[in-house]
Design a protein around this ligand. Sequence first.
Ligand code: PLP
Length: 414
Amino acid sequence: MSNFWHPFGQLYQASHSAVVFDRGEGVYVYDEDGRRYLDGTAALWYANVGHGRTEIAEAIAAQARKLAGYSTFGNFTNRPAEELAGFLSERAPMAHAQIFFVQGGGDAVETATKLARRYHFELGQPERTAIISRVNGYHGTWGFGTSVGGIDANRQGFGDLVPDTYRVPYDDVEAVEAEIVRLGDERVAAVIAEPVIGAGGVYPPPPGYFGALREICDRHGVLLIADSVICGFGRLGSWFGVERFEISPDLVTFAKGVTSGYLPLGGVAIAEHVAAPFAREDSPIFRHGPTYGGHPTCMAAGLANCHILEDEGILERGALLEGELLASLKPAEKFESVLEVRGGVGLLAAVEVAPDLRAKDPGAVDRLAGTVRRNGLITRVLSQGLAFSPPLIVEPTQLEELGQIVVESLREWE
Ligand code: PLP
């Protein structure tokens, strides 16, 4: 057995069926045997500008040669961190955003939820600690993210992690208000929601959901955290995904597409009023932050990637191509083994496998993904079915190919 314990992989099986990826180019990746796969998932929802962009590799190398890593704790900083914070702040869906850098999406969620609690503490309301999230939501696998996560299996067997977290149905905004009232609004710190639920099954919000959610949060003095780890950086056609729903959250978490995965990076965009209690000359320190927050080489990767997204018009493609991705997968609905094809808001979609089939055969979705892969397409296995989120540079003909491979695989499989 290999010594590598795969994240979200069955220890024995992952080791005995491993696919060794070797290189990538555009929307394709190649394994060690030279087999080519269409990357239907942009790795793990992140390779937004595609694989093999040498400009990003060169920006990383240049920064690594100059100053690879250096602390930003206290008042230490570096030019790429300042530049990327400025770039993101200008484009964030809130005025004068502060940008807090971390290493990935999970610690972005930790940062946003801790900051929400600490914000209320600074405002003299330390009892505001409850965090409301949604069934099917995914917010990473650290303490807060696990506790607020809405996929039951991901919370099992860890004992109590973060107390005072509550879930409501993902598609019922009135349930959020009812939960705030039930808990008492003087107890609620924040609501966290993905613009489009990703890993929990690809569920776009019902029409008007986010506008109503913003109003509810305002009415009760509750902070709204948009978890845009998947939805940002063009996935929904804009920088932070929520612009699509014309709201301004109090905090936005981001990761993945910020570097298109060329190096790990995450962060939180923080509205001015949330930063205000920490911004006075005599304010307390927000005693939080990972060693590699603002790491200069990761910052250089983020800057190079963001310029490519903007300068080459890639950012908008998540919205431009969303209909084509959905249309390419829709024919899968005619198979008995498929319950439905979901998506249409941003370049992400899911093919849900019929629940009775999954109940009878718990390995069904994994095997379907294996067939699809043997036919030259990478997908992501979710509890309900397969997810698709190709690089934003994908061409319409490649989306057609993606749909054809899925249909062909279902035919073989049934
Ligand atoms: N939040 C959302 C919405 C995500 O989709 C993810 C990862 O997929 C995370 C948080 C966690 O990010 P990471 O895996 O970088 O810790």
